[in-house]
Write a protein that binds this ligand. Sequence first.
Ligand SMILES: [Zn+2]
Length: 450
Amino acid sequence: MGTFRRLVALTVLAAVLGAPAATATAAGEVVRNPGDPYYEARLRASQNGRVWTGRISISFTNVADEPLGSVYFRLWSNGVDGCAAGAIEVWDLTGGTLGPAALDCTEVPVILSPALGPGDRATLTMRLRVTLPRRSDRFGYSGGLALVGTALPTLEVHDDEGWHHDLFEDLGESFYSVTGRYRVTLVGPPDLDTPATGTLAASKPLPNGLVARTYAAEGVRDFAWAAGRLEQLSGNSGPTKVVVSYRAASVTKMQAQRMLVAAQKSLSTFSAAFGAYPYPELDVVLGAFPGFGGMEYPTIVFSEVNRYTVAHEIAHQWWYGVVGNDQYADPWLDESLATWSEELPWGAWVGCASYDFPGAARLSNDMGYWGDHPNQYDTVYDGGGCMLANLAKRFGAARFLDILSDYAAAHWLGVARPEDLTALIEEAAVQYGVPFAPDAFWAAWRVDTP
Ligand SMILES: [Zn+2]
């Protein structure tokens, strides 16, 4: 770990702020279909926020050249306990025909009849019920805190590799989606707090004594929320409002204040280094989660009381959120970057000579491999972070941050692939005259390149 004070690349930052949504990769333009999704939902909570029932409409455009005959919804968190648990249920679909669920009920096909023409837009509406398992987890209810991660149906991506019919791996993340817009109304008792993706656009008391809170978000690839009788602290980081929510039973106010400071510092550090955080708010929900340290969702993170975990999940706002990736195929891409970045608010991680890779593990393995080798999964965090720290030493921290800033700008609100990052590193080595043998380097760090 180093304490190098890096220089902010102002010219690159200026380019980032005006950058349009980009999906071009080093290999050329990749069409990700369906495009421009808009999710609108209204869900009513049970008294404690463990069950959510209502309706969701999902609109999208066929951005491909061919007619679109079907789409798939991912109900990711059904993968936690499988079909029998029925954690996320959808029914009464209008606008298409629901097919049989697959992949542990994490995938539901919808037949569009007639097929959707190129450039045309469709809306599918359905009933939805989310029942959280009793468990302290990113999708679960425990100790008065409901964490509702990857609960809303999400459009599966079709790209140059076809549809991504990937299994859910509870060990890490299997998520892959394009950015879109959300407008989600959460109806519940007035004292049930609901920190959520996006910002509170409206809060309306209802005649039945409940309150309807509407959250709106743009340029996000998922929507998550928490619910409970929560304490909240807030502050600013530049133009961004930062809200820390927690249960007094499990987190002290002093801990929450420390985590608020860590979140503000992380946000300002990453904004300066990778491009300004493009959303008006960031929520941090604190708790003690035995199965995981923290979890990232667009504009909201769940985290234990640990500043590095908070920083890690906030780093994912860039690596996964702003710069998307296929987390099933390339879990190392966002995890390596988030692990390397989590040190940055307190000093860049510069220098890491080598990593002791376990067995035959390759850094670039997909989630299928790690699901079969869970005791090796730390590799995508520690091995990947170490590799980036090795690069930071070769390039110098300031130049390395310039590379990451360029990488973010090139894929801002889009999707990146490993070859986008590896190609940028190789080009930068030539540009800066840094001694670097690509084939030997990627082989040593067990990264498969095309
Ligand atoms: Zn992570």
